[in-house]
Each structure stands twice: as C-alpha cells, then as structure tokens.
Design a protein around this ligand. Sequence first.
Ligand SMILES: [Zn+2]
Length: 354
Amino acid sequence: MSAITPGMVCAHHHLYSSLARGMPGPLTTPTNFSEILRDIWWKLDAALDQEIIYWSAALGAAEALLSGTTSVIDHHESPFCIEGSLDVIADACEFVGVRHLLSYGITDRWSDNGALVQVSPSGSMTQAAKRGLEENKRYALTGRPAMVGVHAAFTCTDDTLEHAAALSEELGVGVHIHVAEAPEDANAGARLEEFARDNWLLVHAVHLDRYLPGVIAHNPRSNMNNSVGYARPSLRTNTIVLGTDGIGADMLEEFRLSFVRHRDDDRSATPDNSWKWLQNGNQFFPEALNDKVTWSYDHVDDPWKVAYTPGIRCVQVEMNGKKVVDNGLPVHFDIQEVRAKASEQAARLFERMS
Ligand SMILES: [Zn+2]
C-alpha cells in the first residue's frame, strides 16, 4: 500500500494543442480522419506563432506537472513558424520544470507555393520539409534531448522519409512518427519497413499491417475520439508506452482508459498490461523513477484499484529532491498567471484561425 509513485511519463504529446479546447469548430462535421486533420488540426497548426506556441506549451506542461507527469515526449508542428519553435517549447517546459524530449514533425503536405496538397510518395521533398528537418537537426545539436520528428508517411514523400531516417542515423536519435493511425496511412508499414529502427517511436499503429522495429505509443483516448479503431497493443511484440496525443497529460486517466478499452475488446483483459505500458514510459526518462509523486489515494501502486478509482489527484511532486508541487499547486510558478496568458494567446490563435 502506497500513495507514492515515480514521476509519470507522457510518451506522445502535442503541447501546441493545449489551447485547442474551445476553438472554433469546423464548418462541416468531419466524416473521416483526413477531414479531421484538414478541417481542425491543420488549421490550428498553420495559425501558430512563437508566442502562441510558448504559452500553449507552458499550459500543457503545467497541467502535466499538476497531474504528476514530470516528463513529456512532444511532437510539434507549426508549418508557418518552423525555425526556433523547438527552443520555444523547451523554454516553456523548463519554465514549468517538466522534462522534455522534443521533435519537429516534418511533412510535405504544404507545397512550395504554400498550398495544402495531397502528397504523392514519388514526389520530391518540399522546402517546408527541408526546413523542418533542419529545425530537428539544429535543435538536436544544441544538446537538448531530441528525436527526429515526421508527421506520418502518408503526408511525406519517400524522399523525405529517407532524409529523416538518414538524419536520425547521423544524430544517433530515433524518429518520432505517427504510423497507420487511420486507414489513410495503412501502407505506412510497407513504406517505413526499410527505415525503421529499434530507437523509433511509432505512434498509434492502429492499422499497421506488419512488424516494424521501435517502441509503440498507444493513445487510447485519442483513438476513440477520432474513431480510428482499436490498436490491440497487447498483440504486438514491441515495447508499448502510453501517450495522450495532446489531450492533456493525466497518465493515470490514460491508464484507466487504456484498460477499459482493452477490456471492451477482450473480456479477459487485466489492468496489468496497461500498467506495464504506463511504466514503460520511464525507459525514455529513467530520472523520473527518482521523482516522488504523492497522490490523494493510498493504493496507487495497485493497478486493479487504480483502474476502478477515477479522480485520483496529484497532491505533491518532488523532483531532484525538491518539492515542485505542494497541495496540488506549483511551487515555482503561478498557475493562474499561466492560465491567464494562455487564455490571451488562445484568443489570438482563434482570431488567426478564422
Ligand atoms: Zn499525435
């Protein structure tokens, strides 16, 4: 019996989407995954500038910390504000005090004339993808923890995938990429097979038709929210980790959703698989094992009990021997101020999107 755990890890986040709640909805209701991307997320990411990115990341990081999540693997995209964007996110995470592993998701979906286009695998690499790749490289060479980000195979040419894989080899870091999230990207397995390595982070893998080396990030809430199907992570031989895909960073909640979705698919499922997936996140941040998170529930080390106890709150967080959350509030920054700044930037963002 214990009320204390190590620091939680969110293994796939989009801190840039923290301001998305309350944004203007699409003019028509999306009927498939491509329309969800085109009419919602690609409108949002195209409207980001550095100030919006900073406060969006600060809010997302603050909400992570207050949920006992001390480390975040982020996948960023801001196609009209590429250069320096990863430094802005790192600065925001460091202001809050959350560990970060960042990447810029390159894509060829924006043509050299700035138009959103359908990408043909045989096309050549766009200027935007080159600039995104350069941002990954520049940022990694600053020495902050980095991966090489790729949006997804279906929005990249083969040329771009090859360049991303080559940069990842050159830098000695993995590629962080969405893989077969929806039927639109179902041939990701075939296109990535020659490139994928054990240090890759493969996100979603819902419709992945073969084994690819790498760690798979399972995002149960996001998959349900986008109606893309169940990934059946327990049937994969890869190491599985849990992510939120940008919908907060409350990892105990993601664990509960992971379990109940598993149970929905398989009556005999136990919470042990999902608990293991949650703990596997620490492979990316071994330091978080030394963090002490105190919860509002004294059986937080028991997967069965946590699975059936919604609403467990993070009360206190200690990182590197120092208290950073006390009584559910941050010690080193003012959460109301972060919310106020984020709210100002949300208004600017919604204006730019309209
Ligand atoms: Zn994602």
